[in-house]
Design a protein around this ligand. Structure first.
Ligand code: GRF
Length: 203
């Protein structure tokens, strides 16, 4: 049975678009669920509409309590029978209660080589630190910030002519690749999680 993939987004949505295109063109064998944004102005929602993918704005400002917002997000994910949640530039930390509903079924993409430079503006954190190599990491979300088991990583060299912007662009291109590959592996049941370690099973 094909898995149903839904997305949590907050902004531009290029990672969401990269994965959704591969699902639509059959490179990833899965069905599309829903795209949920906590920001109704997210470009990602416009893109979802243009691509004919179901979308919802569920703004956190509209809820008094964080749990109420998460409950609504969960309700919609379940309405669409979501098997896998892809957090693609979702700027909210998910609570342990939320995660329990999708244990090892929420993939996040982070623009640095974890465990270095977790949190926001990771590309600039790495640039300012002066690293020579950085990159990106896809991982399952656990209850910490950017601490879950790592699925894939890809490296990017920092060159002397780089700025935080050029570096972010180079990292983003790799993010699209490893996020898509991670979703593909999940959908083919090829991710075996053992504690912190994830083993990639052969086809
Ligand atoms: C990406 O760099 C992602 O790693 C980070 O936020 C950015 C989102 O970009 N978490 P986009 O919305 O996917 O274009």
């Amino acid at each position: 049975m094909k898995k149903k993939v839904s997305f949590l987004v907050s902004g531009r949505g290029s990672n969401f678009t990269a994965v959704a295109e591969k699902i639509i063109n059959g490179q990833i064998k899965a069905d599309l669920g829903v795209v949920i944004s906590n920001n109704k102005k997210a470009l990602a929602l416009e893109t979802a509409q243009k691509m004919g993918i179901a979308f919802r704005a569920i703004e956190h400002h509209d809820y008094l309590k964080r749990e109420d917002h998460e409950q609504e997000v969960l309700k919609v994910l379940k309405e669409y029978k979501t098997d896998l949640v892809v957090a693609a530039g979702y700027l909210r930390v998910l609570s342990a209660d939320f995660i329990k509903n999708y244990q090892n079924r929420i993939i996040n993409i982070h623009p640095a080589l974890l465990p270095s430079f977790p949190g926001l503006n990771a590309q600039k954190q790495a640039f300012d630190y002066g690293v020579k190599v950085t990159g990106c990491t896809s991982h399952f979300i656990d209850s910490g910030v950017d601490t879950g088991p790592i699925i894939l990583q890809e490296t990017v060299k920092v060159e002397s002519k780089d700025t935080p912007e050029t570096l972010s662009q180079k990292i983003l291109a790799k993010e699209h690749l490893i996020l898509s590959e991670s979703v593909k592996l999940f959908c083919e049941n090829r991710l075996k999680v053992e504690g912190r370690k994830i083993f990639l099973l052969k086809n």
